[in-house]
Design a protein around this ligand. Sequence first.
Ligand SMILES: *Cc1c(COP(=O)(O)O)cnc(C)c1O
Length: 427
Amino acid sequence: MEKRNHHPETVCIQGGWNPGNGEPRVLPIYQSTTFKYSSSEQMGRLFDLEEDGYFYTRLANPTNDAVAEKICELEGGVAAMLTSSGQAANYFAVFNICSAGDHIVSAATIYGGTSNLFTVTMKKQGIDVTLVDPDAPEEEIEKAFRPNTKAVFGETIANPALVVLDIEKFARLAHKHGVPLIVDNTFATPINCRPFEWGADIVTHSTTKYMDGHALTVGGCIVDSGNFDWNAHAEKFPGLTTPDDSYHGVIYTEKFGKKAYITKATAQMMRDLGSIQAPMNAFLLNIGLETLHLRMPRHCENAQKVAEWLSAREDVAWVNYPGLKDNKYHALAEKYMPSGSCGVISFGLKGGREAAGVFMDRLKLAAIVTHVADARTCVLHPASHTHRQLSDEQLVEAGVDPSLIRLSVGIENADDIIEDLRQALEQ
Ligand SMILES: *Cc1c(COP(=O)(O)O)cnc(C)c1O
């Protein structure tokens, strides 16, 4: 696809799908598992990665590719792929460059699902993780690196701890050790932050959140900046720099250049693990993306009002929102996301864990759902819901206070959201 250098607003609307004369104006759903060819030899070349083309939707589908291209353009990357979920995106992003015996360094303050993936499931596959305090000084974090470290991982804005990652610091550390920085940019979205501009090499998304924005479809995306020089650290990444026997000895970096990482993820991860996003879901995701640039500023504006209102209340013990001036991460948020962070706020009531439950049950507009980053305001108590597999110790390590209420501020009228919170607190 030709690069058109448009502003993000235009990319949200028109990116990824550039129809020719007489073709559908709207991205069609290629609702087909397979694609027809008239020569068996050509089909053979497709299987050998000798030629570009669609042949089976588990590997690639035109609807998915158009949506991946839009997200790629929004992030300023060179190649991207959709996955069936954010979990699959983070798993593939790491597993694409790690095997048994390898090690990764990750910020401790990450999403509970990713934390489980790294510390439990990937550990069983022989990949070790060291969780680090993202706020620790560089020299301290550096101690986590080992000769077999293959990647560094963090979230732009941690879910639900709302820790803002010092992307430049993490990129510096990763690059000093010859490995890429992978950043999960789910909460900020490329509307508010483009991690590649600060040195990140690979970006992942749970598109389930703001990108979809309407709580319709679970999905994920991996975007490669094309900036990491795999050949400069060839001994660390043999999967990219030495022949792949499962594709007649293709060497990804040689044959695909800047697209090596995503091509390998498609050719190996997707082929073998099969977590493709349904084209129908990609179509719905695309509709969400068309308004991402309108929704994000509204989420941030509403969240700012709600956070300030909560901060002024006697019955509220603490409020965590990077947009608040006295927030620990305000300076980092101003630096990396000057036009706003996200719509998610966390706070605790003076009544603690117990009061949280009572308060949530009284809410009328805000619904209790296992979701976040949705057009509709919603709440969750991580200690009793998403993070219930974690011990109290792990909760604290992940930056989640047991009393923490995660409030995902929607794009309704802010006064109505505040009124709902007021009646629930004052009842
Ligand atoms: C939700 C979420 C995920 C997991 O994504 P799913 O689409 O639910 O699989 C990963 N990272 C972050 C930051 C998330 O918020």
